[in-house]
Design a protein around this ligand. Structure first.
Ligand SMILES: NC(=O)C1=CN([C@@H]2O[C@H](COP(=O)(O)OP(=O)(O)OC[C@H]3O[C@@H](n4cnc5c(N)ncnc54)[C@H](O)[C@@H]3O)[C@@H](O)[C@H]2O)[C@H](O)CC1
Ligand SMILES: [K+]
Length: 518
């Protein structure tokens, strides 16, 4: 799913009104009506007090449309105008007039936080104060209103975006943002719903279709994209009946040191389970027996050193190499990695200590082959790009590193982000159970396995991150967050593949909602 920028959304609105020959007021009517339909379907006329807080821009206009429909359908609705500016938008004003026609209770004007109403915890708050047009911090008294929303504990539904969030920059003050239980976002979710510092401001989100011009939506390239089954399925490479193991490549996993052979075990097993035809592990001598005994399918080559890797030499011709897991960063191993990179021409996936070594010696970056994949966790990323001031600064830094060295960078986290040059992909699978030892090794194995069997580096990375998270989502149903371990994720890779071909669960749209949309 494309994540449109603020500018692209405004342009989409403009083109839609032009091509569908409707006014911006009509478009706002659609937007507000969609929110109403959503609520009406769930509330079925319940007389819970609904407090609709409207700003003075178009987000506030949407709120007024909603409040009008709630009123005419007999709901218990109280409307407020958070009058943070006298520069009201045209469509706000039109809808301000319209609501006065349907109710004797005109919207209550708020110019400070002192006259904030009493809101019971079982009431509903609709937040239509700021939309995507926020361009500077809200006034202190407006922030106080947001804090009172939160203090009331009432269910808070934000329209389009929790008020106080920008679409394209970091917030300055967490207290000046609405904490939404649910956000109904028009046409596309906003990037900030997925970034670590701002994801918490909405517990859930949903996209409402307001009929923006199809051609525009299809043909507009976005900087960010959300990756779910819909995007992943077309990347899948089907297998032919007469295929044999030689068709699916040879993957090499290089890593391990005394006490960290398990990392290589995990990566090699996940590499096999992702579908690589052959997998060889290259480890220090001490890893030989445990690997041979625990994974009979994997071939093992060893370094001359017993406890660490000192010289990476092998007589096979792999199609992809995953390197760095459990590697250690001692001097001898650093030298070995450097010598290896100087002659290597193979597709590479670099993880863990492989990244730490490169972070210590940045000149190694230019030895990485084109479209090498780096899979840092937050600390490794910081060693690589330095400290960042906020999520947007982090993305900028990652993008420039990616562009400068032609790298695919997997920024691991709750919503793993894959960056390639100027483009960012946000994964939607995975769960908190994955915050446990070895899950990164499993990911490295899957990416390496996919490249070995013929996936190009970028599709391999997107596919792997998705499958890795999906496997964990399947496994967590049996194990729960606490007891999920990396090995479980490997066991369910097969189910994650099968799941790709299951039809999506049916979402039954009640007829009533459909009718209202027309
Ligand atoms: N396709 C769609 O998604 C549609 C969305 N709609 C809704 O319109 C808003 C965006 O409306 P806009 O008027 O541009 O912005 P806001 O409502 O967020 O209004 C803010 C308004 O106030 C000014 N401003 C910005 N920051 C501040 C501040 N800190 N203090 C005071 N004033 C501020 C700014 O100049 C704006 O004018 C979108 O989110 C949707 O809800 C349409 O209804 C239909 C199509
Ligand atoms: K809002």
């Amino acid at each position: 799913m494309k994540l449109f920028s603020k500018e692209q959304i405004y342009e989409g609105d403009r083109l839609t009104t032009e091509r569908q020959n409707i006014s911006s007021t009509d478009l706002m009517e659609r937007a507000g009506t969609q929110i109403f339909n959503w609520m009406h379907m769930r509330m079925q006329g319940a007389q819970v007090p609904v407090h609709v807080f409207c700003g003075i821009g178009n987000n506030g206009g949407d709120g007024l449309v909603l409040a009008r429909h709630l009123t005419t359908h007999g709901y218990n609705v109280i409307t407020y105008v958070v009058n943070y500016s006298e520069t009201r938008s045209k469509d706000f004003l039109i809808n301000y007039d319209r609501i006065k026609n349907v109710s004797k209770d005109w919207p209550k004007m708020m110019t400070n936080s002192a006259n904030f109403p009493k809101i019971h915890k079982d009431d509903i708050i609709v937040d239509a104060v700021f939309g995507i047009g926020l361009n500077r911090p809200p006034a202190e008294w407006v922030a106080e209103i947001f804090q009172k929303f939160r203090a009331s504990s009432a269910f808070t539904l934000s329209i389009d975006i929790p008020s106080g969030l920008y679409t394209d920059k970091a917030i300055a003050n967490e207290n000046a943002v609405v904490h939404a239980n649910y956000t109904l976002s028009f046409q596309s979710p906003k990037l900030v719903f997925f970034l670590p510092e701002t994801a918490k401001f909405t517990v859930q989100w949903e996209v409402l279709d307001i009929g923006i011009d199809r051609d525009y939506l299809v043909n507009t390239e976005t900087e960010a994209e959300l990756i779910s089954k819909f995007e992943i399925l077309p990347l899948y490479k089907p297998r032919e009946k007469f295929a044999h193991k030689g068709n699916f490549g040879h993957a090499l996993i290089i890593g391990g040191s005394h006490g960290k052979i398990g990392a290589v075990n995990l990566a090699s097993r996940s590499c096999l389970s992702s579908g690589a035809g052959l997998v060889t592990a290259f480890v220090p001598e001490c890893g030989y027996h445990s690997l041979q005994a625990s994974i009979p399918e994997v071939m093992v080559l060893t370094d001359k050193e017993e406890r660490y890797i000192s010289d990476i030499k092998f007589n096979i011709e792999p199609n992809a190499i995953g390197i760095g897991i459990g590697l250690d960063t001692r001097e001898e191993t650093m030298k070995a990695l450097e010598s290896f990179l100087e002659i290597n021409k193979n597709n590479l996936v670099v993880d863990a200590d492989g990244i730490n070594i490169i972070a210590r010696k940045k000149s190694l970056l230019k030895l990485l082959p084109p479209q090498t994949i780096l899979t840092p966790h937050p600390k490794e990323l910081e060693r690589l790009i330095g400290k960042w001031s906020d999520d947007f600064d982090k993305l900028d830094k990652v993008k420039s590193l990616s562009s400068m060295y032609n790298l695919i960078i997997v920024v691991k986290g709750a919503n793993t982000v894959i960056v390639y040059k100027e483009k960012i992909y946000i994964n939607t699978t995975g769960n908190p159970g994955m915050a446990t030892a070895g899950t990164g090794d499993v990911l490295t194995g899957i990416i390496t396995g996919l490249i070995a069997q013929g996936y190009e580096p970028l599709p391999a990375t997107l596919f792997a991150v998705y499958i890795h998270g999906r496997s964990a989502d399947i496994a967590v149903e049996d194990y729960g967050y606490q007891s999920l371990i990396a090995s479980h994720i490997i066991e369910t890779i097969g189910e994650a593949y099968i799941d790709l071909f299951k039809p999506p669960e049916q979402t039954t749209e009640p007829a009533q909602e459909q009718e209202e949309q027309q």
